[in-house]
Design a protein around this ligand. Structure first.
Ligand code: THU
Length: 139
């Protein structure tokens, strides 16, 4: 996986964003270890809370194709904002569930690129380990 290609695919996905309310278009792309790229863009709703972010849509699409956290190499997120756009709180919680904690989360605004991961984005995360410890679910 080439980082530049992954970022480029996230930009291409951004063109498909449906953002009539905010006008803030975001693209994302998941690179899988077997060489696939799965894209997503933000999709908004007149009932604002029903909006879904680009990175969540890309990650859900990857899971819907059968990929799991061990299959994912990286995710890129792109937005043409002045500052590099970072994932919202809901997406961070989704990353905690669906993305291994050290998988690169690459952020680009077209001028700068940053790289982070779930561990940095959501320290002290609530995850399935709490439920496992209580015997409420299986590992
Ligand atoms: N948004 C994303 O898709 N990803 C982010 O990382 C931040 C925010 C979207 C949600 C909404 O459609 C728009 O940007 C403005 O909040």
């Amino acid at each position: 996986m080439k980082t530049e290609i992954l970022i480029q695919k996230a930009w291409e996905a951004r063109d498909k964003a449906y953002a009539p309310y905010s006008g803030f278009q975001v693209g994302a792309c998941v690179a899988t270890k077997d060489g696939n790229y799965i894209s997503g863009a933000n999709v908004e709703n007149a009932s604002y809370g029903a909006t879904s972010c680009a990175e969540r849509n890309a990650l859900f699409a990857a899971y819907a194709k059968g990929y799991r956290k061990q299959d994912i190499e990286a995710i890129a997120i792109t937005a043409a904002s002045e500052r590099i756009c970072t994932p919202c709180g809901i997406c961070r919680q989704v990353f905690a569930e669906l993305l291994a904690e050290d998988v690169p989360v690459i952020l680009s605004n077209g001028k700068e690129t940053a790289c982070t991961n779930t561990k940095e984005l959501l320290p002290d995360q609530f995850d399935s380990s709490f439920l496992e410890e209580e015997g409420l679910c299986e590992a």
